[in-house]
Design a protein around this ligand. Structure first.
Ligand SMILES: Nc1ncnc2c1ncn2[C@@H]1O[C@H](COP(=O)(O)OP(=O)(O)OP(=O)(O)O)[C@@H](O)[C@H]1O
Ligand SMILES: [Mg+2]
Length: 386
């Protein structure tokens, strides 16, 4: 398998070792590899960048950080081949590397033949994957704490996005008792629990049979409806599921609930945008600040701050203070309307399908991702007294 056209990254803080790898690679007549001297430089690669085929990482300089980067790279570009190089073959580290998504573990000094074989396998994977590019965008909704309105916003956002002409999919990633089926009034035959149970043999056809459809046409996988139905899942399972959904839908809207790391890193690495949903109270804002900072550090996704139940006319904390406290500007604000939201939940009628100040914001959030002009707020009628 020709290895000439592989685009290769070499990532490692130890210059001498990096140069040894580059020199070895050049013996194999590959194009000049790109060198990154700090693990953190992968941040400069665009999220979802698939313009590299092989990434070689120095495991010894900082094994934990290296493993985190291996995981990020392999989730962002599942068809790329991630390899690590190390002085010794440590069975425990080898296991962790493989779990994080590395496909090859090379020891120094590099053996010519083994490197050639590893490059040939990478070239074969690249050929196999040609034409299988995932295109759907992953939009994650994450609560700064419980009960801030993630499910309400994500569910309605997905309904409207689908209605705006973009094929949308709603994935409820709440591992315990997801609520999207209740909010939409659907009676699913399969939930996330069934999908994850079959994750290893999941393909397009099997997934299609497990999808639930709402009257509005929105396709979804609701969260489990039994306690303890999903204990945990592996990052690889979620990447596979998201990859299959990306092949079929333009947008995958994820209700991630609250608690970021419970769901693993994969969906964040694959995400295009993460909407951090918060309310304007001190604990929620404190958490939002922590999440925004974390996301800006580890995820390549855009981060958007959504303020729910916010009264712009009588704010308890004004927007400038919120932006300063969270460390990011407020992108969207939804007013509080307890009656409307409660009625929508109790009747399972998505509130975004009728006119209201909340639905206008949700519609505009959806229009923004479709690249459509935002709709203005209706003019308030002037009332003349007397
Ligand atoms: N804009 C709003 N105005 C008034 N009430 C709202 C608004 N948004 C959400 N709520 C109310 O807040 C409560 C929590 O909403 P929701 O279930 O969407 O939050 P969540 O973040 O998904 O919660 P959980 O952490 O339990 O998953 C609900 O009772 C809902 O009625
Ligand atoms: Mg919820």
């Amino acid at each position: 398998m020709p290895t000439r056209n592989l685009n290769i990254l070499v990532i490692g803080p130890d210059k001498e070792r990096r140069q040894e790898i580059v020199a070895e690679l050049l013996h194999h007549r590959v194009a000049a590899p790109i060198e990154l001297e700090a693990y953190s430089q992968i941040r400069n690669l665009a999220a979802g960048a698939k313009d590299w085929n092989v990434a070689l990482l120095d495991l010894d300089s900082d094994p934990d950080l290296c493993l985190a980067v291996v995981q990020t790279l392999s989730s962002r570009n599942p068809m790329g081949t991630v390899m690590v190089y190390a002085k010794h073959r440590d069975p425990e580290l080898l296991m962790r590397c493989m779990r994080a998504g590395a496909r090859e573990y090379l020891t120094l000094p590099i053996d010519h033949r083994l490197l050639q074989e590893a490059l040939s396998r990478a070239a074969a994977r690249r050929t196999e994957s040609a034409g299988l590019e995932n295109t759907g965008k992953i939009l994650v909704f994450l609560g700064s704490k419980g009960g801030v309105g993630v499910s309400t916003i994500a569910t309605n956002f997905a309904v409207v996005l689908n209605q705006e002409g973009a094929s949308a999919f709603l994935l409820d990633l709440n591992l315990e008792l997801g609520e999207t089926s209740l909010l939409l009034g659907v009676n699913p035959q399969f939930t996330l629990a069934d999908v994850l149970e079959n994750a290893r043999r999941l393909d397009r056809e099997l997934l299609e049979g497990m999808i639930t459809r709402h009257d509005s046409g929105l396709a979804l996988i609701p969260g489990p409806d039994a306690v303890g139905a999903v204990q945990a899942f592996e990052n690889g399972d979620l990447s596979r599921l998201l990859g299959l959904l990306q092949d079929q839908f333009s947008f995958i809207v994820v209700d991630a609930g609250h608690g970021l790391l419970r769901n693993g890193q994969a969906f964040l690495d694959m995400a295009d945008t993460v909407y951090v949903v918060t309310q304007a109270d001190v604990p929620a804002l404190r958490n939002a600040q922590r999440y925004v900072k974390h996301l800006q550090r580890v995820a390549g996704a855009k981060v958007r701050l959504v303020l729910n139940r916010y009264d712009v006319r009588k704010p308890e904390i004004d927007e400038d203070h919120i932006a300063k406290a969270v460390g990011a500007p407020v992108d969207w604000r939804l007013p509080s309307d307890y009656q409307l939201v409660r009625r929508s939940h109790n009747t399972a009628a998505p509130l975004a399908l009728a006119d209201s100040p909340i639905s206008l914001v949700i519609r505009n959030m959806a229009r923004e991702v479709c690249g459509k002009p935002l709709q203005p707020a209706p003019k308030r009628r002037l009332r003349f007294l007397g």
